[in-house]
Design a protein around this ligand. Structure first.
Ligand SMILES: C[S@@+](CC[C@H](N)C(=O)[O-])C[C@H]1O[C@@H](n2cnc3c(N)ncnc32)[C@H](O)[C@@H]1O
Length: 389
C-alpha cells in the first residue's frame, strides 16, 4: 500500500477548545459563530472570578484544564437550541461516545464558569466522557490544554505499539487542527491505533487503562510484558547496572524487529526484564540530563546510547520520541567532541548519521505544534556546527 502520510485532517469537529494556559480563551466552532460569540461572552465576563476562586484553585492542574473545557462546552451548548442537536452534530456524536469506567467517574464534576441553562445531571453526563475520550493538545510534548474531538474519539482505539500518532497545528489566530499521522505503511483492513499515553509507562499503563479507560490492552507489547511477569528492580551496583546497559545495547543492535512490536516474548532475553522497570528509564534519564548539563560528557553520551536502545525496544519505528532523543544524543556527542583533546572522525561520522536518522524519523510527523521550539531548528544548528570541523 502506498505510504499514507497524513491520514486525516480532523477539522470538522465542532469543539476544539484550547484553553488552560491561554489567558484569552478560544473556542473553535465551525459555522456557528453567533453561538460562539454569545458563549464567549458568557465566559469572558466571569473568567477572572472563576479562575481565581478557591474552588478552582484547589483543583489539580489536569482537572483545572477539564474545568475550563467544560465551562466552554456548557457556555456553547447554552446558546444552542437543543432542537438543533440532531444526529449529524458533533455534540450528538460526543454524547454517543463510551463513558469512562466507574472508577474514572468517581471524582465529582469540577466547578464551571458560566451561568448556564443545563441541568447538573446533563453536565455530569458530559463530564463522564472527558477522561477516556478527550485529548491533551501538545506541542513537542509540551501540553497546552485539553480538547474535544468527537470524530477522533470515535475512530481511534489505543495501542502501545501504535501505527499512527496525533499531532496538532497551533498557530495564533487560527483554529487548532488535529492531524493523525501514519508512522508506517498501513495495510488495508488493519486497524489504525494511536497511543493514549506514553508507551514507556510499561508498569503503570495497565492500571491507567483499567481505571481511566476501562479496558485491558492486548497489543503485542502488552502481551510480551505480561509474559515477562513481575519486573525486577535494576541493579543498584554501578558495575552491574553498566553491564545491563551494555547487554541492552548489544541485544537491540542485533534484534532485527523488536519483540514488543511482533509480540514474540520468546525473543526477549529474561535477564533484561529489569530494563522494563520504570525506575530504569528514570535513573538513566537523570544520569543523562545531569551529565549533559554538568559533564562528564562521556557519561552523557553513554547514557544517551542506552536510552536510545531502550526507546528502540519499546517504541515502534518512526515514533517521534526516538527522533527527539536522537537530537538530544547528538547534542551530547557534540559537547563531548568539542571538549575532547582530539576530534575523532568516527564520532563525527556517528553524529552525522544520528542527525540524519533524526531527520528521517521526525519528517514523518513534523511540522507540529507551535513550531517555536521545533527540533528541526536544533538539527540545522548542529549540522552547521558539525560542518565547521
Ligand atoms: C476514545 S474511545 C475509542 C473509540 C471507542 N472504541 C468507540 O467505539 O467509541 C476510548 C474507549 O475505547 C475503548 N478502547 C480503546 N482502545 C482500546 C483497546 N486497545 N482495547 C479495548 N478497548 C479499547 C475503551 O473503552 C476506551 O475507554
Amino acid at each position: 500500500m502506498r505510504w499514507l502520510r497524513v491520514l486525516l485532517l480532523l477539522r470538522r469537529d465542532l469543539y476544539a477548545l484550547y484553553l488552560a494556559l491561554l489567558p484569552t480563551l478560544t473556542i473553535w466552532h465551525l459555522g456557528q459563530s453567533i453561538h460562539w460569540k454569545s458563549g464567549h461572552r458568557k465566559i469572558c465576563k466571569l473568567y477572572n472570578t472563576y479562575t481565581s476562586s478557591s474552588s478552582f484553585q484547589a483543583l489539580e492542574q489536569h482537572t483545572k484544564m477539564d474545568g475550563l473545557l467544560l465551562s466552554h462546552l456548557t457556555a456553547l451548548l447554552s446558546c444552542i437550541d437543543p432542537a438543533e442537536w440532531h444526529v449529524s452534530t458533533p455534540i450528538f456524536r460526543f454524547r454517543s461516545l463510551l463513558q469512562g469506567p466507574p472508577a474514572s467517574n468517581d471524582s465529582s464534576t469540577p466547578p464551571i464558569c458560566p451561568k448556564h441553562s443545563l441541568t447538573a445531571d446533563f453536565i455530569d453526563d458530559l463530564y463522564s466522557r472527558f477522561e477516556n475520550n478527550n485529548f491533551s493538545i501538545h506541542s513537542h510534548f509540551k501540553s497546552y490544554a485539553h480538547g474535544i474531538f468527537p470524530d477522533a474519539s470515535r475512530l481511534f482505539n489505543h495501542s502501545c505499539m501504535p501505527n499512527a500518532a496525533v499531532k496538532y497545528r497551533i498557530h495564533s489566530h487560527e483554529s487548532v487542527q488535529m492531524q493523525v499521522v501514519a508512522l508506517r505503511s498501513i495495510a488495508q483492513g488493519e486497524e489504525i491505533c494511536i497511543p493514549y499515553l506514553d508507551p514507556a509507562l510499561v508498569q503503570t499503563r495497565p492500571t491507567i487503562f483499567e481505571l481511566t479507560y476501562g479496558f485491558t490492552c492486548t497489543c503485542p507489547s502488552c502481551r510480551v510484558v505480561r509474559d515477562v511477569g513481575t519486573l525486577p528492580e535494576p541493579p543498584q551496583d554501578p558495575a552491574e547496572f553498566q553491564n545491563i546497559c551494555r547487554r541492552l545495547g548489544e541485544f537491540v543492535k542485533t534484534m532485527g524487529e523488536s519483540p514488543f512490536l511482533t509480540g514474540n516474548s520468546a525473543l526477549f532475553p529474561k535477564d533484561l526484564a529489569c530494563v522494563l522497570h520504570e525506575s530504569f528509564i528514570t535513573s538513566l534519564s537523570d544520569i543523562f540530563s545531569q551529565a549533559s548539563h554538568d559533564g562528564p560528557h562521556a557519561i552523557a553520551v553513554e547514557a544517551s546510547e542506552t536510552l536510545l536502545a531502550l526507546y528502540q525496544l519499546i517504541y515502534p519505528p518512526n515514533y517521534p520520541q526516538i527522533g527527539l532523543h536522537l537530537v538530544e544524543r547528538a547534542k551530547a556527542s557534540w559537547n563531548y567532541l568539542v571538549s575532547s583533546d582530539s576530534l575523532s572522525t568516527a564520532r563525527v561520522d556517528d553524529l552525522k548519521r544520528g542527525l540524519s536518522s533524526a531527520v528521517k524519523i521526525l519528517s514523518v510527523i513534523e511540522p507540529e505544534g507551535d513550531q517555536e521550539d521545533g527540533p528541526m531548528k536544533d538539527i540545522q544548528m548542529l549540522l552547521n556546527d558539525v560542518r565547521t570541523v
